[in-house]
Design a protein around this ligand. Structure first.
Ligand SMILES: NC(=O)c1ccc[n+]([C@@H]2O[C@H](COP(=O)([O-])OP(=O)(O)OC[C@H]3O[C@@H](n4cnc5c(N)ncnc54)[C@H](OP(=O)(O)O)[C@@H]3O)[C@@H](O)[C@H]2O)c1
Length: 334
């Protein structure tokens, strides 16, 4: 059994799908407010818990050989911050050790290498370090920007006519398809490749942020209108809002690093170690633009949410024996 933490996220749901495609037994740790039902068609089991509840982590890990975490916060909330996520991972590794888990995989972020003491990155560095110190065989993946980030900007441009490009438009990046990252993570479960290593991941082509944006617009048939929001402006904005709203200050600082630092590495070779061939950027953009997460599709939200909630299989911690768990709900017919 593989426990996936953060399985409802943009990367995490692809990881669950990649593992289920390989026929693996997957248990997703989901929060009660999570939109977990979008995973119903995968036949994954759900376990209600939270990184901030260490007892739930211990229970969720029963009979698991592997734990994978893609959990993170983009914009902090009052009760769910970079710090609580970091502390939660320390508890996760402790629980995994106590449960005899044989491998732990953590999806971090390439910006950790350059992010200094910015909360979004120093917290991920702390998670990486606590995993390395736990004694559990591990792999940390540090992907660079996802192609999906540019698809998000496209949606904004489609709505508003233009976007702010945060960071440095001339920074070299190699946007990677999140599905490729998920394939690599799934392949790492049974592989000795990357054992006790930090593995950088990136897309197959290096380009500037500006050319990534222009190519994305070409693929989507939109005008590449944009405004610059350089790191210096983001820093001023962060300093201005910090006394009032710390989470937005942290978010602005993180954006400046995400889009402002050179990130290109040899993505092709790194993915090949795990037997994964990378998707070209144009194709990744087409998929990310057309194939959006159902939670972001207003029609799907209206029509499918209720249906999916009915077919969801709900397990409360401690109320069912794990050997009695069924395979999960049947695949959707509609
Ligand atoms: N997006 C990018 O461009 C990018 C690039 C490189 C690396 N990465 C890294 O890849 C990882 C995944 O990113 P993503 O974009 O897929 O993130 P995401 O969509 O924001 O998903 C975050 C996940 O974490 C879960 N989570 C949040 N707080 C939690 C808590 N207290 N307990 C348990 N689960 C919790 C969320 O659950 P809910 O559904 O309940 O909110 C969600 O499933 C992150 O480490 C990120 O830094 C992302």
């Amino acid at each position: 059994m593989i426990l996936v933490v953060g399985g409802t996220g943009r990367l995490g749901n692809q990881v669950v799908r990649a593992l289920r495609d390989q026929g693996k037994e997957v248990r997703a740790l989901v929060r009660k407010g999570s939109e977990y039902f979008w995973l119903n068609d995968t036949g994954t089991n759900y376990f209600f818990g939270d990184l901030r509840d260490s007892q739930s982590l211990h229970r969720a890990l029963r009979d698991c050989e592997t734990v994978i975490s893609c959990a993170s916060v983009r914009v902090e909330q009052t009760d769910n911050s970079h710090k609580t996520i970091a502390d939660g991972h320390v508890a996760l590794w402790e629980a995994a050790k106590a449960r005899g888990v044989k491998k732990a995989i953590f999806v971090s972020c390439s910006a950790v290498a350059v992010g200094g003491d910015i909360a979004a990155f120093s917290s991920k560095r702390a998670i990486e370090e606590s995993l390395a110190a736990s004694g559990i065989p591990y792999t940390v993946f540090r992907p660079g920007l996802f192609a999906g980030n540019f698809a998000d900007l496209l949606r904004r441009a489609d709505h508003n006519g233009s976007v702010f490009l945060p960071g440095r438009v001339d920074a070299m990046v190699a946007p990677v398809h999140a599905r490729d990252v998920a394939e690599v993570v799934a392949a790492a479960v049974d592989s000795d490749e990357g054992l006790d290593e930090v593995v950088d991941l990136a897309g197959p082509e290096a380009m500037t942020v500006e050319s990534a944006w222009k190519t994305a617009c070409e693929e989507a048939g939109l005008k590449p209108n944009y405004w610059k929001m350089p790191p210096a402006t983001l820093k001023i904005a962060a300093a201005a809002v910090r006394p009032l709203v710390r989470r937005w200050a942290n978010h602005f600082e993180a954006l400046g690093v995400h889009f402002g630092q050179p990130q290109a590495t040899d993505g092709v070779a790194a993915a090949a170690r795990f037997g994964v061939a990378l998707t070209p950027y144009r194709e990744a953009i087409r998929v990310a633009w057309l194939d959006r997460h159902p939670g972001e599709d207003p029609v799907a939200r209206e029509e499918k949410v209720v249906h999916r909630q009915f077919v969801a299989t709900i397990y409360e911690p401690g109320t069912i024996k794990y050997d009695a768990l069924p395979d999960g709900p049947p695949p959707r017919q509609d």
